[in-house]
Design a protein around this ligand. Structure first.
Ligand SMILES: [Zn+2]
Length: 317
C-alpha cells in the first residue's frame, strides 16, 4: 500500500504538477497543460485569435506572478460545432461538461490529457460568465485575460478575495472586492497570502516580537520577505507593498485561513480604509493601528524596501 502511494506521488511529481486540495491549501507548481476548447451552438461572436491572445496574456500574468514557478502550456482548438445538445448550465457538473468533452474528443482532443480545460461556449444563455468544477472551467462570454486567470485561480483552489471599508467586531465584506487580486476585481497581482498558499513563495515572516521589519516590493530576489504577518485574535494581518510601479505604499489584508476551504467565502479581506476612508494604501510616515493589539509605523523615507516599526500590546507578545 505504501509503495502504491509513493508511486502515485512519483507520477505526479514526474508530470511536474502537484495539486493538494487539503483544508484550503493548494500547492500548484510546474507546467500545466491548458486546453481551451471553443464550442459554438450557432454564433461565433469573436475569433479564435481573440481567445489565444487572452490565454497568452493570462499565461504571462501567471508566470510573472508565480516567479516562473507555474507555467501554462496552452493549446487552443479551432471553433467546433456543438451540435444539437447544448450544455445544461444549471445541471450537475457532469451533465454540463460531458457534451463539451465529447465535442473535443470527436476531433481528437482528449481532455483528460490536460491539467486544466477551459470551454469557451457561444450560444447558451447561462446567467453567469464563468464557472468552475475541479479542473474544468465553462466560460460563456468572450474571455479576457482577467476572467481566465480568475477561473484558473478557482481551479487552483483559491476562493474570492474580499474587501471591506468597515471592520469592527465584524467586517462588512464585499465578497469579491479586492482591488488588486484577480480573485477580487483587480488584475495587478495575486496577494502574498494567495502566493504562499499556492507554493509560489515560501512561508512569510510572522511577527513574534516588537521591532523593525522590512517588506520588499514584488521581486524574484526577495520572495522570502514579500509580506509581514501579524497574528491577532481576529485573524492574520498581511502587510505587503501595493503591487505595481507606483510610489511605495503598504496594503493590508485581514486573513482568516479557517474559511479558506470553501470556494465562495472570502478568507482574505483587503482593508479599503486602513487609516482613512478612501485610502487603501498606507504611505511613508503613516501609522496603522489596531486598537489594543498593535501598531505599525511606516518609515518616512519613501524608499524600498519599506521599513516598519511594529509595536505589540501585551496580549500579542
Ligand atoms: Zn469567481
Amino acid at each position: 500500500m505504501a509503495a502504491r502511494v509513493v508511486g502515485t506521488l512519483g507520477a505526479m511529481l514526474a508530470s511536474l504538477v502537484l495539486v493538494v486540495p487539503d483544508a484550503g491549501t493548494s500547492v500548484v507548481l510546474g507546467k500545466q497543460r491548458l486546453l481551451t476548447v471553443l464550442v459554438s451552438y450557432g454564433p461565433r461572436p469573436f475569433t479564435r485569435s481573440d481567445v489565444t491572445t487572452a490565454v497568452n496574456e493570462a499565461a504571462a500574468f501567471i508566470s510573472r506572478s508565480s516567479f516562473g514557478r507555474l507555467t501554462l502550456q496552452p493549446t487552443t482548438t479551432p471553433w467546433l460545432e456543438g451540435g444539437a445538445t447544448e450544455p445544461s448550465c444549471g445541471d450537475s457538473s457532469d451533465r454540463m461538461f460531458a457534451p463539451l468533452r465529447a465535442v473535443a474528443a470527436a476531433v481528437g482532443y482528449q481532455t483528460r490529457n490536460y491539467d486544466r480545460v477551459i470551454y469557451v461556449v457561444a450560444g447558451p444563455d447561462c446567467g453567469f460568465h464563468g464557472i468552475e468544477f475541479g479542473n474544468e472551467v465553462l466560460i460563456v462570454r468572450q474571455p479576457d485575460a482577467r476572467l481566465i486567470v480568475h477561473e484558473l485561480g478557482h481551479t487552483f483552489g483559491l476562493p474570492h478575495a474580499g474587501a471591506s471599508n468597515v471592520c469592527g467586531t465584524w467586517c462588512v465584506t464585499q465578497e469579491q472586492g479586492d482591488l488588486y487580486s484577480p480573485m477580487g476585481t483587480g488584475f495587478a497581482d495575486f496577494s502574498a497570502y494567495e502566493k504562499e498558499q499556492l507554493g509560489w513563495i515560501p512561508r512569510q515572516p510572522r511577527v513574534t516580537k516588537p521591532g523593525k521589519y522590512l517588506v520588499y516590493p514584488v521581486s524574484p530576489s526577495a520572495v522570502t520577505r514579500q509580506a509581514l504577518v501579524i497574528e491577532a485574535p481576529e485573524g492574520e494581518y498581511w502587510l505587503e507593498q501595493r503591487p505595481g510601479l507606483a510610489s511605495p505604499g503598504l496594503i493590508v489584508r485581514l486573513v482568516n485561513p479557517d474559511t479558506a476551504s470553501r470556494a465562495f467565502i472570502a478568507p482574505t479581506t483587503l482593508l479599503l480604509a486602513p487609516i482613512r476612508t478612501g485610502h487603501p494604501v498606507i504611505t511613508p510616515g503613516q501609522t496603522f493601528r489596531v486598537r489594543g493589539e498593535f501598531s505599525v509605523k511606516v518609515a518616512r523615507a519613501a524608499k524600498t524596501p519599506i521599513r516598519l516599526s511594529v509595536s505589540l500590546s501585551a496580549t500579542l507578545r
